[in-house]
Write a protein that binds this ligand. Structure first.
Ligand code: SF4
Length: 235
């Protein structure tokens, strides 16, 4: 069995209601070298700022920022490991699972909490991508246990929602000589720790990977039809 390498987030796609096995098969076989994959860099800049801001607070005050305290009382953080080190092999399906959590915090009872930041409006479980994030965090927990994050007492998504109402825009404090400031409010959504959800997703991944040709896509997605049209035009 050829080894499959997949990130925690990409494995999470298998959990989505709108999961497309065709898209997934293509991504697995192209090792994610798909064309036209443009992701605005501003989001990773905000996530990185978010991480630095929280870590700076811990460095200065040896405790969590107030908004993080709904997850418990913390004494420190761990610098999140790079995905080249933070991985695990599932030998049953020969799949290398990789990831890099946004935040790992140590509680005063010495247990660990793993979080992922999302720069987005908070809609709770209404977020269509929520099942994907649940998988992502549980994969981090699975890898984390082997990495020494033991015990893990919690997982959470932290939605950082930009405050863009008119009152904030007209607040003089948000204007400065270089430009303006925009505040973010943190909405914390706890995620159930259940690494048992991972194995069926790995099974599905292996099953799809072994297909000789891509399976049918979603009938309601028009992109494949548009692609066929484009290929016909280019002939
Ligand atoms: S149907 Fe849509 S989601 Fe599925 S492979 Fe085609 S473009 Fe991708």
């Amino acid at each position: 069995m050829k080894q499959i390498r997949i990130s925690a987030k990409n494995l999470g796609e298998v959990s989505l209601t709108q999961f497309c096995p065709r898209c997934f098969w293509i991504k697995l076989h192209l090792a994610n070298r798909l064309p036209f994959q443009i992701f605005p860099g501003i989001f990773s800049s905000i996530d990185s700022y978010n991480k630095n801001l929280v870590h700076s607070w811990f460095d200065k005050y040896k405790c969590e920022p107030t908004w993080l305290s709904v997850l418990g009382n913390f004494k420190d953080y761990v610098n999140p490991p790079h995905y080249s080190k933070f991985n695990i092999i599932n030998h049953e399906y020969n799949i290398l699972l990789t990831g890099s959590p946004d935040g790992v915090f140590i509680k005063t009872d010495n247990s660990y909490v793993i979080v992922d930041y999302k720069t987005a409006k908070y809609t709770g479980t209404q977020d269509n991508l929520f099942p994907m994030y649940v998988t992502q965090l549980n994969v981090y927990a699975l890898i984390g246990k082997q990495f020494g994050f033991n015990p893990i007492s919690g997982l959470a998504l932290i939605y950082m929602e930009p405050i863009t109402d008119k009152d904030s825009a007209s607040n003089d404090e948000n204007q400065n000589e270089d430009g303006f400031s925009m505040n973010f409010s943190a909405n914390i959504h706890k995620v159930v720790l259940n690494t048992d959800i991972i194995s069926p997703l790995l099974y599905k991944t292996r099953e799809l990977y072994e297909l000789d040709k891509p399976p049918e896509g979603l009938s309601e997605c028009k992109d494949c039809i548009n692609l066929d049209g484009l290929l016909t035009l280019m002939k």
